[in-house]
Design a protein around this ligand. Sequence first.
Ligand SMILES: C[S@@+](CC[C@H](N)C(=O)[O-])C[C@H]1O[C@@H](n2cnc3c(N)ncnc32)[C@H](O)[C@@H]1O
Length: 228
Amino acid sequence: MGTEFNKDAVEKAYARWAPIYDFVFGALFARARRASIDAAERVGGRILEVGVGTGISLPDYARTTRLVGVDLSEPMLRKAQAKIKELRLTNVEGLALMDAQRLALPDESFDVIVAQLVITTCPDPEAALDELARVLKPGGEIVLISRVGADKGLRHIVEQGLTPITRLLGWRLEFPWARYERWAAKPHGVHLIERRAMPPFGHFSLIRFGKVGASAKQENRLEAPVAG
Ligand SMILES: C[S@@+](CC[C@H](N)C(=O)[O-])C[C@H]1O[C@@H](n2cnc3c(N)ncnc32)[C@H](O)[C@@H]1O
């Protein structure tokens, strides 16, 4: 069996996970997901969830947000669609089958982009990050929940050893922080705002990147007449 981490392998892995995903990974990442939703809602506006999966987070956003979700996996998206219908999530504008590495979305079209547990599952994480930066409006934020692998030491060796197995499951373990730092140093106008350790095991992080420039919302706030 091959261990290549490509689009086909990711699709196959999440077709297997779809029926049991919420049961297995729901509570495990609940606190991290909540933290990322809180961060997204502090910015507000139109939110894109990349790798929305079964839509596990969708019911937790305030009904005043406007949400769009995209994912590579049709079976995962079918679960999300059922949730939207069942819970009457009228704040979800739509879901689409889409590769994070080639988003069929216009430049600067979202105030916030949330990707929970997605970047390290992409065959080319940096290409996905480039796309997130492209579709983000100036003044907006990218909010990630991501596993961050060890740079060195025993954990690094173990993560390297387990990688062929976890690739079959649909994610990679070996993703050092240095890769995010290298990406952030590229000239795409996006800079790191925050990295905060998240459960479980502190091996996950909430990572926030901001795009330079004021959003229309921020400009309106500055121009709003002062009462009194
Ligand atoms: C670990 S799950 C995370 C799902 C959800 N965000 C959560 O918080 O549980 C990873 C999701 O990312 C999707 N995914 C992986 N690679 C992708 C890509 N290149 N483009 C879009 N979605 C992708 C998978 O299909 C899967 O639904």
